[in-house]
Design a binder for this molecule. Structure first.
Ligand code: ADP
Ligand code: VHF
Length: 372
């Protein structure tokens, strides 16, 4: 059963500061090299990987010669800005020895709350993955403060799992698994092998952080797993100190805690779409488009659209209706209403000529479409 969740597909792997730095003091290159060797192996086995990497503040502190983690947010932001240079340098140089490119992706909460920016982040990440590049994601600490912050990289990992529709989110931590109580408080605590993210009993088991470097403890890991589950990803909480831990997971080893989502990825995403957003406009589609949507479950192309109603933006939810006003489907439109009016009836090959750019060849991608 574990192996089924560790198969091919996209993995988001979150590695916390404690696992990348030598006791919080600067980056541990040997550790990063070892992570890279495992990640490269996962890729060679047919998986795509996104790394969510902490460590910027710790490396910045070392570079600036600071011994204590500062309390002032501006100092933390400055340390993160300095340290992020070293962090991406470290990942890039280690991956380069395997001939693999990396990309720096810095995100704030705002980037994912705003539909347009969400779609842009999503397309960029997907493009990077299709190009065979390993995105190295961290919070954009320079601009993120208060309500713009994710606050911890566990949460960021959960949201990135939604963005790339990951199959698995791996949260590496200092304990070897999630326990039925905080082992720092209760030495008799037992490992939880498998559970459902939605199980309310988990809340009472997850405590706050025990370590000096960790910030969220098990509570933020549980919350991240619940976020990831919204798009159908399973989450594996497992010890970063276990030898070859990622390779072990890939083989379905009985280690760590596997938290299962209630829904399969596609179904989860579609339910989320259907339930959470307001319809901002209507695309009138022809009989051919209705047929491919209903029977073949395909994307909606502009060529099948005859009219565009409403004032919506890229990423908004639109309804697809037939000439006689029946609603066939709902989905997130890759183009705003203005652009959609310009490209309706046209093949995707003409988008660049008409708009001056191409966002996506589909008007509504099938992954973002729910039949109604
Ligand atoms: N139920 C639990 N099972 C395991 N660890 C728990 C639990 N509740 C609280 N914790 C604490 O959470 C810590 C791990 O989280 P954290 O310190 O944020 O680490 P990381 O840097 O790996 O994100 C553990 O050291 C442990 O003390
Ligand atoms: N963005 C911060 C990471 C914050 C964070 O969540 O750290 P951790 O609890 O070690 O995963 C940094 O790079 O230092």
């Amino acid at each position: 059963m574990r192996a089924a969740h560790a198969g091919a597909g996209r993995w988001v792997v979150k590695i916390g500061s404690a696992l990348l730095t030598a006791c919080g003091a600067g980056l541990d290159m040997a550790a990063i090299n070892a992570w890279v060797a495992q990640l490269v192996r996962l890729r060679a086995q047919g998986r795509q990987v996104v790394v969510v990497s902490s460590g910027a503040v710790a490396e910045g502190m070392r570079r600036l010669g600071w011994e204590r983690r500062p309390d002032a947010i501006h100092d933390l932001q400055a340390a993160a800005a300095v340290g992020q240079m070293g962090l991406v340098q470290a990942w890039e140089s280690c991956f380069q020895t395997h001939g693999v490119h990396t990309a720096q992706v810095l995100l704030t909460h705002d980037d994912l709350a705003d539909r347009r920016r969400y779609l842009n982040a999503r397309s960029t990440l997907r493009t990077l993955l299709d190009l065979g590049v390993v995105p190295i994601v961290n919070e954009n600490d320079t601009v993120a403060f208060d309500e713009l912050r994710f606050g911890d990289n566990d949460t960021l990992g959960g949201l990135v799992a939604n963005l790339v529709e990951a199959k698995l989110l791996v949260l590496l931590t200092d304990r070897d698994a999630m326990y039925d109580a905080d082992p720092a408080q209760n030495p008799a605590a037992q490992r939880l092998a498998t559970a459902h993210t939605a199980d309310p009993a988990l809340d009472a088991m997850a405590g706050p952080s025990g370590g000096p470097l960790g910030r969220g403890g098990m509570q933020t890991k549980l919350r991240a797993a619940r976020l990831a589950a919204r798009s159908g990803a399973a989450t594996w909480i497992v010890g970063g100190a276990i030898e070859n831990v990622l390779t072990e997971l890939a083989e379905g080893a009985d280690i760590g805690t596997l938290l299962l989502p209630e829904q399969e990825p596609l179904q989860a995403r579609k339910l989320w779409l259907a339930g959470n957003l307001r319809v901002r406009g209507r695309l009138h589609i022809d009989a051919g488009a209705e047929r491919v949507l209903r029977q073949a479950g395909r994307s909606l192309l502009a060529v099948g659209v005859t009219a565009v109603e409403g004032d919506f933006r890229r990423g908004d939810l639109v309804a697809c209706v037939t000439a006689d006003g029946r609603e066939v489907a709902r989905g997130l439109c890759n183009y705003g209403a203005e652009e959609a009016r310009q490209i309706k009836g046209l093949p995707s090959s003409r988008f660049a000529e008409v708009l001056g750019y191409v966002d996506e060849p589909e008007l509504v991608h099938r992954d973002n479409l729910v039949l109604t």
